[in-house]
Ligand binder design. Structure first.
Ligand code: DX5
Ligand code: ZN
Length: 228
């Protein structure tokens, strides 16, 4: 799955920017990744629930909300209630991530848990049993256009093994520095869903960039199957 990150899109034309990458299944964006930042959990400020609500009304592509905010226990469910398909919170910010996952699911969304590059998975394996997606950050969260950190692929490989052996049921997502030079290594490590911001919206033809990234994934991992 390819999830263009709207952080690198034109914020004055979000509906048009969503349209640009919308296409048939297996061709256009599978999810639209929307980065919510509060200038506290990360040193950047983007958009919040009202903008996400407007975007939900303007596109048919499932919305993947990545909440880089403090106190997600309080705020995340609103995004699920609004109709976001997947709502991801940071394990470093959540107070009760198990209860939060249950609340997100009860509100109709998939529950996602994200780990910053320096956050290990081992202390959170039990928590992950309650989640539908794991978002592995491959840059420090906060800004688009940073360089991919290949060392996080050890976490991807570890969680891939746990999923393939039935110890976890999760979709593995990666976010940060994914482009034509890095996506194949991430695919080989076992990523299911690739977030790409500057590599899509920084391209002359974003729809073509999505197709090209997908081609690279299929070449790198021809026998893997996943479902949205
Ligand atoms: C960064 C955000 C990413 C960002 C990725 O904190 O979570 O989703 O848009 O941008 P690129 O793909 O340019 O690294
Ligand atoms: Zn993100």
């Amino acid at each position: 799955m390819i999830a263009p990150s709207m952080l690198s899109a034109d914020f004055a034309h979000l509906a048009d920017e969503a349209d640009v990458v919308t296409g048939a299944p297996g061709v256009g964006a599978d999810w639209l990744h929307v980065d919510v930042m509060d200038a506290h959990f990360v040193p950047n400020l983007t958009l919040g629930l009202p903008v996400v609500q407007s975007l939900l009304a303007a596109t048919s592509v499932p919305i993947d909300c990545h909440l880089m905010i403090e106190d997600p226990d309080r705020w995340a469910v609103g995004y699920a209630e609004a109709g976001a398909h997947n709502v991801t919170v940071h394990v470093e910010a959540a107070r009760d991530p198990v209860a939060l996952a249950a609340n997100l699911r009860a509100a109709g969304a998939r529950a996602g848990l994200s780990v910053k590059p320096g956050t290990p998975l081992e202390p959170h394996l039990e928590t992950l049993r309650h989640y539908d997606t794991l978002l592995v950050m491959s840059v420090e969260p906060g800004f688009g256009g940073q360089s991919f950190m290949p060392e996080v692929l050890d976490k991807v490989r570890a969680v891939r093994r746990m999923v393939d052996t039935g110890h976890l049921r999760l979709l593995v997502e990666i976010d940060g520095g994914i482009n034509a030079d890095t996506i194949e290594a991430a695919a080989e490590a076992g990523v299911d869903c690739f977030v790409a911001g500057s590599a899509v919206y920084g391209a002359d033809d974003p729809a073509r960039a999505v197709r090209a990234l997908r081609e690279q994934v299929l070449t790198a991992s021809p026998h893997r199957h996943w479902s949205a």
